[in-house]
Design a protein around this ligand. Structure first.
Ligand code: ADP
Length: 491
């Protein structure tokens, strides 16, 4: 058994539509959620940084105004009191944002730490140094969940050489972003629940939609299977899509061609049976009349036996022609194309037919315009020539004339048979190549025709990639022209 590939289901149109609908419904939602969450985070961090840094600037001003960074010993009692208020303010700020504030003086000494861990220690970090130079820093550490920022403590009344306020100290603050993370988690959860609901709805929608879209194709399969099973041979109709209309049209064409083929085959079999039965019926009548009569004279016996032999010959001719036709229905590969001298072949055929012509007192003339050599199948070419010349003799008048003209150009040769015979009625011209068609059935039978000669001829001409045309006038004669390529090109 054939092993099923993992991707085999993807061959189904329904599965493909399902996947496309699902992806086009789900992916935008997922991207949107990521986008919204990210921009929310950036906005929230920015907001928090702005609010806190504004408050830190206010505190920094208090520090300056209160000479917080000036050595403790030099301060009076009232200063010490306000220092305490500022300390409390810093503690409050630190508590409010669940963070830590450190005040660092110009000697990089930590003069205040709300965690009381680093007080009195030296703190030299890149951020602090940058802040002393006047750059405010704010860093967000998403992994550990905090924002670190520096705020310069600068007295605007004292300016440095380059005109900027002199930085006396730095506030190094870190605040927790846990509340932002918590809000984001709630948002994320809500978004995921919503997304799950949307995915379920989209899956249901995709199942229904893919089923609906594929239904017309299933309908075609059902109809075709019905035809195959033999329940119906009606033409089918699935007009749902332009595509289904095309498929169904093509199928209907095949169906009607098969029907025509079937009908013509049946007609052919019926015709063959009828044609074969006619001589048999005559033989039976002749034989019966001999056996039922008593003391039949020998002369009558002889006469009847001659008639019976004639009928047997007829039967034989029909069978030979039928076999020739069946052989001709095989494809072109069975033909044997070799270079043949067509003039010579024509002479030979005419020589064979001369006795028949003489019997009917018909003159047979050959007119060759040039010598012709062509690649043809000799047996089939002889059949073409014999049938045409034989017909021209058979359907001629007494003292009639048959003229065979051979000519060629650089591509084709033409074999033309002109006769001064009875001619073919105009309405029969379209039918003469049909099997068993005869203009005058009894006359044709009388002169030994089977009605298969021209069918065989036409088929042989087609196998040679040639053409056959006829022009005829009743009572005056006919001209059959066969045109065949000099060189056979196999397709
Ligand atoms: P058949 O064996 O009867 O001659 P063909 O297939 O050769 O059958 O020809 C079909 C019919 O076409 C003939 O019965 C005849 O009526 C007509 N026909 C063919 N060739 C000629 C011709 N040269 N002149 C007049 N009628 C012809």
């Amino acid at each position: 058994m054939e092993k099923k590939s993992f991707f085999a289901p993807l061959k189904s149109l329904r599965v493909r539509i399902f996947i496309i609908v699902l992806l086009s419904g789900v992916l935008p939602g997922v991207f949107m959620r990521y986008g919204i969450m990210n921009s929310y985070e950036t906005r929230a961090i920015e907001n928090r940084t702005n609010v806190v840094s504004a408050q830190l600037r206010v505190v920094a001003n208090h520090l300056i105004n209160n000479n917080y960074l000036v050595g403790y010993r030099a301060k009076s009692d009232s200063y010490l009191k306000t220092d305490k208020i500022i300390d409390a303010e810093l503690e409050m700020l630190a508590n409010l944002y669940d963070g830590r504030v450190m005040i660092i003086d110009s000697n990089f000494k930590v003069v205040k730490d709300t965690y009381d861990l680093s007080q009195g220690k030296i703190m030299i970090s890149e951020e602090v140094i940058k802040c002393f130079r006047g750059d405010n820093i704010s860093n967000y550490d998403a992994d550990h969940g905090y924002i670190e920022m520096t705020t310069p403590i600068a007295d605007s009344t004292l300016t440095s050489v380059d005109g900027e306020a002199e930085v006396q100290g730095v506030m190094l603050t870190s605040i927790s972003t846990e509340s932002i993370a918590a809000t984001m988690e709630i948002l994320q959860r809500n978004a995921l629940v919503l997304e799950a609901i949307i995915i379920v709805i989209i899956i249901a929608f995709a199942i229904v939609l893919s089923g609906l879209l594929v239904r017309p194709f299933n309908k075609i399969t059902d109809e075709v299977l019905k035809v195959k099973a033999g329940f119906s041979d009606e033409i089918i109709s699935v007009p749902d899509y332009a595509e289904t209309v095309h498929i169904v049209d093509a199928f209907n064409q095949v169906l009607s061609r098969n029907r025509t083929l079937d009908e013509s085959r049946q007609e052919f079999v019926a015709n063959v049976s009828h044609e074969l039965k006619t001589p048999m019926a005559s033989i039976k009548v002749l034989a019966d009349s001999l056996t039922t009569q008593q003391d039949v004279p020998v002369e009558i016996y002889r006469e009847f036996m001659e008639d019976i032999t004639q009928e047997i010959d007829r039967e034989n001719r029909i069978i030979t022609d039928l076999l020739a036709l069946v052989k001709m229905d095989k494809n072109v590969e069975t033909l044997n194309f070799v270079d043949i001298d067509i003039n010579e072949l024509t002479e030979l055929i005419l020589k064979r037919l001369r006795p028949i012509a003489r019997k009917k007192d018909v003159e047979l003339i050959f007119e060759s315009h040039r010598s012709v050599t062509a690649s043809v199948d000799e047996v089939k070419m002889s059949l073409i020539m014999t049938n045409l010349v034989e017909n021209a003799i058979k359907y001629n008048k007494e003292h009639g004339l048959v003229k065979v003209v051979l000519d060629a150009d650089h591509q084709y040769f033409t074999f033309e048979v002109q006769d001064s015979g009875i001619g073919i009625p105009e309405d029969s011209l379209a039918h003469i190549y049909e099997r068993f068609y005869r203009v005058d059935k009894s006359h044709s039978r009388e002169i030994g025709g089977t009605g298969l000669g021209l069918a065989i001829t036409k088929r042989a001409v087609i196998l040679h990639q040639g053409s056959i045309t006829v022009s005829s006038k009743e009572g005056e004669g006919s001209v059959f022209t066969v045109k065949i390529p000099l060189i056979h090109v196999s397709n």
